[in-house]
Structures are given as C-alpha cells and as structure tokens.
Design a protein around this ligand. Structure first.
Ligand code: KIV
Ligand code: ZN
Length: 514
C-alpha cells in the first residue's frame, strides 16, 4: 500500500490573507462544506485570535464539518492558543497550528527577539497547546531562510514537547525546488526525533514555484503533507494551488507513488465557489481549473482529441469536475426541482423561508434568461446571503442611458439603513456613470483599485459577474455582483464592496503582528 499524502487546505486562513479576499462567516461555511466534499484531510478554518468574526467562523465550521480535521492558526503565545482551542471545542477532529519566525531577519527585525528566546517561546507554545490536544502542528515561519543548525534545534525541541506535524514554511516564496526538497530531507535526517512527526510543506508562489517546490518537498524531502489553497489564493502571488498539486500527484502517480483521499470531481466546483465568493477570478489558461485548461474546450487540437483523446489530454475534464455547461433548470422548473438542485450542489439553506426567497429570485432570473445553469444558482445563493445579512447598502434598481456621441447618464436607486436613496450622474461610460451616481449619495472617499467583468457561463445570455476592489485608509475589500445586465451587476458589486469597507470587521494579519 502506497504512503498516504495529507492535503491541508488553508484557503480560509492563508488564502483569506490576500488583500480583498475577506469572507463572511456564511461564505466560509459554504467553502468549508465544499472542502469537506472534496475530502481534504485538514481544513485550516482561520486564525481564531484575529477577530471575533474569525473565532465564530471557526467555531461554526468545527460544529458542521465531520469528515475533515478542523484547524486554527495561533501565534506562539498562550492567549492565541487558548482562543484556538476554544473555537475548536465542538470539532470531531481538531488541530492547533502554532508558529513563530525562525530566520535571522524575522527574529531581529520583526520579533526583536534573540534566537534563544524564540526557541524557548516555540517550546512553551507547543507545551501549552498539548494541554488541549495531541494534534499540534508547528511552523517555523520563514523556515527556508533560517539557519540550519538553529532550525534543527527548534524543531527537535517542539517535537519533544509534542508537535505531531512540522511544517517547513517557505513564507516569501524564496525556495527553488531542488534546494527546498533538500532542506526538508536534511531536516528529517538531522533532527533526532524527526520520525515522531509528519513533515509538511508550505510554499508561497512569489517566483511561480510554489507547486514545484511543494512537489520537491514531497519527492526529494519525504514530506507527507502539502499545504495549499483553492486556485492558489493567497497573499502576494498566492500559495500552492490545491488543484495543481493534487492533479500532478494523481496524474503522475507512476512517479510520486502516493495515495490521496481527494475526490477530484469536486475540484472545479470548489474553484468556482472560491472565485465567486472572493471575487478573485481564475485566468483562462490556469492549469486544471482555467476555462481553457482542456484541449477540446480551447478548440486548438480538436481533430487530434476527437480521434484519440490522449493525443493532447493527460487528464479527463470530467475527472476534475468539468461538466459541459449543462442547463439544469428553466422557467417551468418548480420549487422541488430547485431544492433538489441546491442539495446536489451541496448548498444547505438554513430554513424553508430561505429556500422560498432563493426560489423567488430564481423565478425572476428565469423570466430574464431561459436557461439556468449551476453557476446561476450559486450566484442566486450568494445574492440571497447578502440580502439576509441585512447589508447597510442594498441595490434596488437602475436606469441608464447611453448613445454614441452622448455622455452616458445613470440613475441608481438603493437603500442605506432602509432609507431609499436616488443618485444620478454622468460618466465616461455607463459603468462610470453608475458608480458616480452611487458616489453622489455616499461620498465614500474610497479609491477604486480594480474593476473586472466576466460572463459566468457562456453566450451573451450569461449573467455578468463584476468584481470591484476598493481601498480606504489601508483597508482593501472586494465586492462581487451578478446580474444579466452588467451595468446593474456593477452597481451591486460596488454596493457590496462599500458594505465590506464600512463593516466593523477588522482582523489581525497573524504574520504582520508579532
Ligand atoms: O507562510 C507562512 O509562513 C505561514 C505560516 C503561518 C505557516 O502562513
Ligand atoms: Zn503562508
């Protein structure tokens, strides 16, 4: 029997540290459920000490997820660890993941601690965590730029205190495959009690090598856990992409020879969900989950593919969850068919009245477009969740006029704290006029960092999905809006971003706060 490789997903923690990717509790729960369907071994659900919101999200996920281990990050101090343990109390299986920086640069400039102090703090943190659980992960942050002898001393100490997983963090994506693989191997060879822990890799993608480094850590270094995120989401250039490492290990099992518990048919649904919730869209040529990832979809090698599929395809689209854009429902579909499709998509609504509200939206949409796809249903559920949260700003209606040679004009009606506002403005284009109309009432003072629009399915009937990224006073947020009318989708996305910008939910970045 081949060795098992543990897939540790950190979309909800490291992925969320990506500026603008913050998620609400309900959004995190939806993603966690999908990660469980994907059968990841460990879900890092957040950093409990960072905010009450994160604590509550972890607590909720710990109560819901049954088949994956639920984990919380904690800096190497008693308060963070106790908070993580508290949030994880209801979990079937839980893990505390504690970390401290070990590179000379981080110890001196960020922590302002001596190596001996760092070693002692790491040791005490694991000893304290041991009071709550025997499933403890320790990460030496910036491990790949740390002094080897010092790193060996720290890792030996934390393993003897009870750490069961050692995660060699390439925090700034500095590693190159051969060297990083050797580092993991050398650590395993030199740390005397290394056989008491599972070795793990955690790579960032600053030089585009996160996946290659992770695989080298496994193949050359003997690591048996990979930390990764859906779509490679994460700070700066992101983390190791789950879909890529998983499909590399599976497609080249002849070379890696490892077993995985992942249900790969859930990869594309997970990718779509994360992209839709965070507003981080997936580039078309992205491996595995990009729209052009499979030859027959991109049209280039169709002749070869039709004759013999493996001429140009090393994986099957359906094995990673690509389904031909299936029309799932239409105008005549009833409430039962709608409810059943929600169940098939793994969407659990809290009450029958939530189902009714979503069904009413579905009927509205089916009046506007004849064919309803899974992507449309996911968008309906997201819209519904926004409505239910009782957001401050809420879109009501839009009228907009544009004509060649004329300056476009927009009139937007929206509510703020239940009072109706009507904004009117002109702009360079219809979208500009629409956002100006909202700003004429709100005067947010926010800077627009990004505006992008995508069709969520194919064809001109598709709903447009708009992402707006705003920044104000150092805070960055993404808003997503969907509608068959892309100008209305833009207004919804802008209002959603404003809601996030003005929400009180502040949270700490675990790595930027010693
Ligand atoms: O990149 C990193 O060092 C981390 C640690 C907290 C594991 O995310
Ligand atoms: Zn990281």
């Amino acid at each position: 029997m081949a060795d098992k490789l543990i897939i540790f997903d950190t979309t909800l923690r490291d992925g969320e540290q990506s500026p603008g990717a913050s998620m609400t509790r309900d959004e995190k729960i939806r993603i966690a459920r999908q990660l469980e369907r994907l059968r990841v071994d460990v879900i890092e659900a957040g950093f409990a000490a960072s905010s009450n919101g994160d604590f509550e999200s972890i607590r909720a996920i710990a109560g819901i997820v049954k088949d994956s281990t639920v984990c919380s990050l904690a800096r190497a101090n008693d308060r963070d660890i106790a908070r993580a343990a508290e949030a994880l109390k209801g979990a079937n299986s839980s893990r505390i993941h504690t970390f401290i920086a070990t590179s000379p640069l981080h110890m001196e400039k960020k922590l302002r601690m001596t190596p001996d102090q760092v070693l002692e703090q790491a040791r005490l943190a694991v000893r304290y965590a041991r009071q709550f659980t025997d499933n403890i992960e320790f990460s030496p942050e910036d491990g790949s730029r740390s002094d080897l002898d010092f790193l060996c001393r720290v890792l030996e100490a934390v393993i003897s205190e009870g750490a069961t997983t050692i995660n060699v963090a390439d925090t700034v994506g500095y590693g190159v495959p051969e060297l990083y693989g050797q580092l993991v191997r050398t650590l395993r060879e030199r740390v005397p009690n290394s056989d008491k822990a599972v070795w793990s890799v955690h790579c960032h993608n600053d030089l585009g090598m996160a996946v290659a480094n992770s695989l080298a850590g496994v193949k050359l270094g003997g690591a048996r856990q990979i930390e990764c995120t859906i779509n490679g989401l994460g700070e700066r250039a992101g983390n190791t992409a789950l879909e890529e490492v998983v499909m590399a290990l599976k497609t080249r099992k002849d070379y890696f020879g490892l077993e995985l518990g992942i249900d790969t048919t859930q990869i594309v649904p997970a990718s779509k969900l994360v992209s839709q919730i965070t507003g981080f869209t997936v580039q078309p040529n992205k491996a595995v989950v990009g729209a052009n990832a499979f030859a027959h979809a991109s049209g280039i090698h169709q002749d070869g593919v039709l004759k013999a599929r493996d001429t140009y395809e090393i994986m099957r689209a359906e094995d990673v969850g690509w389904t031909a854009n299936k029309i799932v429902l239409g105008k005549l579909s009833g409430r039962n068919a709608f409810k059943q499709r929600l169940q098939e998509l793994g969407i659990e609504m809290e009450s029958e009245s939530d189902v009714n509200a979503a069904f009413a939206r579905f009927k509205e949409l089916a009046d506007q477009k004849a064919e309803i796809f899974d992507e449309d249903i996911l968008a309906i559920v997201s819209n519904e969740a926004q409505a239910e949260r009782g957001e401050h700003f809420y879109f009501v209606s839009l009228s907009q006029r544009s004509e060649t040679g004329e300056r476009p004009h927009a009139r937007v009606v929206f509510t703020a704290e239940d009072a109706e506002h009507v904004g009117e403005a002109e702009g360079n284009g219809p979208v500009d006029a629409t956002l100006n109309a909202i700003e004429s009432q709100v005067s947010s003072g926010a800077e627009l960092l990004l505006y992008s629009v995508n069709a969520i399915t194919t064809g001109t009937q598709s709903q447009g999905e708009v992402t707006v990224r705003l920044s104000k006073a150092g805070r960055i947020v993404n808003g997503v809006g969907t509608d068959p009318d892309i100008v209305a989708a833009s207004a919804k996305a802008y209002l959603s971003a404003l809601n996030k910008l003005f929400s009180k939910a502040e949270k700490l970045n675990p790595q930027l706060t010693p």
